[in-house]
Write a protein that binds this ligand. Structure first.
Ligand code: MOS
Length: 735
């Protein structure tokens, strides 16, 4: 694995170093909880010890006697202060509709049941442990198959949900020459960003400033205002850097309003840093899924029938779902398709976005089943994909704006040495190690949302870009600056980009890999407006010289950009905190996806069944790559996370108590350096003139889709054992 940045090829931009790299390694980057506030008090959360039931009594006597304690919030003194907040998918802002301290009801284990505010963190924490709560507990339902869960069809709970379907699946499957019918399981997973879930709130009169790591400045600003019953104009949200989010910081959280209320009550700023353990239950997570995939094909490998059914766990009150069949039913040329998604309500916190929320679990099902079909047909898995490749999605017959998936397979296969693979399972060995080679397709919908930005060019040559978008490790500062520099012909070093502050023009939630494609197009538009005003329409013309010759000090333009296909009023919605992404499968005339092909070598020890991954190759095509250095980092991180999803990660649930048990970084397994050996990322130049003016497809989530299937497929090739339940463990292979 080279440490050099990849050179730009084709239509790629320059591999500029990350704008924030030095700030981050020198400690210069200030995260939300680093922001200095005057004379802060510290909050500590008390969380429920049961998963279902109610609070009978709370005794605060001992806690209040801890020196330094200023105030303790419980439902008994707070229930009227926090207003309801709807789930974002129901038109609200929240990642959960479970609002703590509203009543005595307990919806899930680890729910916030009290907040202690004290002079020091230590005092707040000690008092937190001295809050005595008596519960009336009921038997909770933990997950699939638990007594008391409630199963609902997605189509019955969500008006806009569609289960993609075309042709006659039952007939085609019944008469298929070769069939696969298999059920797959993916586990509960928690994001665990290294930056913990923190909130700092400071009031100045009736104006509130919230410092909270977030992927949604305007969602937070509007959401917190509605929960506190104040005007959005009274709220400023600041989050200049985010130390990992992956979806977990993409919506209004239950802790924010509580921290704001605490700060108002004690009359000084309040800082809250939740513990790692609390992060498992006060934030969101990836819910476990169960999926049944059926494939029918002709003897020569043409797919004739595809059925994908999924079940996903959610909380009791919320209808959160990821519904990955939206993508999996559209990846291959197949005439008869059916699908169905169901949600399973259990006594759990509400799940939420986690990097590639729909595709990571659902492409595991599809791409495992495709591999199973390849073996059943005795056809090379890449050739099977080639035979069923398509430039039109099968459900509505819409054309792909571009789709370079087979180029990815071919380039990746060449570098990986796929041609040296002996097809028969268990046929490749190296001493005591069984060698397995596997591959899978990766995909991610290309989505965009309305954005706004302000660009200012000054006569000293400095270029400033302002937008309330987010640096979540995605390289947003860097790529936004690059586009502005390029568009106005200004050196990149002269550009400053400011993000993560709701005082700047509104940008959409940094989720769904939409940031680069949305914000960069908007910034380009603002730059073009500056050019136009200066009358320099030739892209090589000297904009700065024109500014000076007009005797002007600076020129500033504000732009609003909307992608094709968003409804009217989308920009007003953006400012009121609701991003309305379009693209992917939502466009009426075309379908937009980025693609990739991923190759994994595993070695499985023939006696112990220890699994190693010596080689990973990923080849990706995602339209215009703005910065091949930051893009490669994203894709590399995705691939490593994909391996993690296959071999390491699972949140274990005590089914009797509906409680997560491995709630820390020691017991929640993720790969370390020693788990990842050689890793190669290829970016295939791809031009797409339809997705958006700059031809950008988002890549933030592409890299970790399909990797889990590639690993499972490689394990099958090594051992002849098909593992359909993640993560793949020694004991399963030994069984
Ligand atoms: Mo991402 S899981 O869409 O924040």
């Amino acid at each position: 694995m080279s440490v050099e940045a990849p050179a730009a090829t084709g239509n790629m931009g320059e591999p500029h170093p990350r704008f924030d790299a030095r700030l981050k390694v020198t400690g210069g980057a200030r995260y939300a909880s680093d922001m200095p506030v005057d004379n802060p008090a510290y909050a500590y959360l008390v969380t429920s010890a049961i998963a279902r039931g109610r609070i009978v009594s709370i005794n605060l006597g001992e806690a209040q006697n801890v020196p330094g304690v200023l105030h303790i919030m419980t439902h008994e003194n707070t229930s009227k202060d926090v207003k309801d907040s709807k789930l974002f998918s129901d038109g609200g802002f929240s990642g959960t509709s479970i609002i703590p301290l509203q009543s005595d009801k307990v919806w899930h284990d680890g729910q916030i049941v009290a907040v202690v505010v004290a002079e020091t963190y230590e005092a707040a924490r000690e008092a937190g442990y001295r809050v005595k709560i008596e519960y009336e507990a009921e038997q909770p339902s933990a997950t699939f198959e638990s007594n008391g869960v409630q199963v609902q069809a997605a189509a019955d709970v969500k008006k806009t949900h569609e289960d993609p379907k075309v042709g006659d699946f039952d007939g085609a499957f019944a008469s298929a020459e070769v069939k696969v019918d298999a059920t797959y399981f993916t586990p509960t997973q928690h994001h665990n960003p290294i930056e913990l879930f923190t909130t700092t709130c400071a009031w100045a009169g009736d104006k509130l400033t919230v410092y909270e790591p977030s992927q949604t400045m305007y969602g937070m600003k509007n959401g917190i205002a509605s929960q506190l019953g104040i005007e959005p104009e009274q709220v400023r949200v600041v989050s200049n850097f985010v130390g990992g989010a992956f979806g977990s910081k993409g919506s209004l959280t239950p802790r924010t309003a509580l921290t704001a209320i605490a700060a108002r009550r004690v009359g000084r700023p309040v800082k809250l840093v939740a513990t790692r353990q609390q992060g498992f239950t006060i934030a969101t997570y990836r819910a476990e899924t169960k999926q049944r995939v059926r494939l029918g094909a002709s003897r020569d490998g043409k797919l004739t029938a595809l059925s994908h059914e999924g079940w996903e766990v959610t909380s009791r009150p919320d209808n959160y779902m990821v519904a990955g069949t939206d993508a999996t039913t559209r990846m291959y040329d197949v005439a008869n398709v059916q699908s169905k998604v169901s949600i399973v309500h259990a006594d759990r916190n509400t799940p939420g976005f986690m990097r590639s929320p729909p595709e990571l679990p659902y492409m595991f099902g599809l791409e495992s089943a495709i591999d199973e079909l390849a073996y059943a047909l005795d056809i090379d898995p890449i050739e099977l994909r080639r035979k069923n490749d398509t430039m039109k999605e099968p459900i509505k017959g819409l054309p792909y704006t571009s789709r370079s998936v087979m180029q990815c397979f071919d380039e990746g296969a060449k570098s990986f040495g796929w041609s040296k693979r002996e097809p028969k399972p268990g046929s490749m060995r190296d001493g005591d190690w069984l060698v397995g080679l596997g591959c899978a397709m990766s995909c991610y919908p290309t989505q965009m949302a309305p954005s706004s930005a302000r660009v200012r060019l000054s006569q000293n040559g400095e270029l400033r870009v302002e937008t309330a978008s987010h640096e979540i490790g995605n390289g947003a500062y860097t790529v936004i600056g690059q586009i502005a520099a390029e568009r106005l012909g200004v050196p990149y070093e002269k550009v400053s980009v400011v993000l993560g502050d709701s005082d700047y023009p509104a940008a959409p939630v940094s989720g769904g890999s939409i940031t680069t494609a949305s914000v960069c197009n908007c910034v380009a538009e603002a730059c073009d407006a500056i050019r136009a005003e200066l009358g320099i329409n030739d892209p090589k013309g000297d904009v700065l010289a024109a500014l000076k010759s007009r005797g002007r000090g600076a020129i500033e333009r504000y732009a609003e950009w909307t992608p094709k296909g968003v409804p009217d009023g989308a920009l007003a919605k953006l400012y009121s905190g609701q991003a309305m992404p379009t693209g992917g499968t939502k466009d009426k005339e075309r379908i937009m996806f980025a693609f990739g092909a991923e190759f994994i070598e595993v070695r499985v020890h023939q006696r112990t069944r220890e699994i190693r991954v010596p080689r990973i190759v990923g080849a990706f095509a995602a339209g215009r790559i703005v910065n091949p250095r930051t893009a490669r980092s994203q894709l590399m991180g995705g691939l490593i996370w994909g391996v993690s999803s296959a071999l390491h990660e699972a949140t274990e649930i005590d089914k009797r108590a509906a409680r997560y048990v491995n709630k820390d970084l020691a017991e929640y397994l993720v790969p370390v350096n020693a788990d990842i050996d050689q890793l190669e990322v290829f970016m295939i130049p791809e031009e797409d003139h339809e997705v958006n003016p700059l031809g950008i497809k988002g890549i933030g989530e592409l890299g970790n889709v399909g990797t889990n299937a590639a690993v499972a497929n490689a394990v099958y090739h090594a051992t002849g054992k098909r593992i359909r339940d993640l993560p793949i463990r020694l004991e399963t292979l030994l069984a």
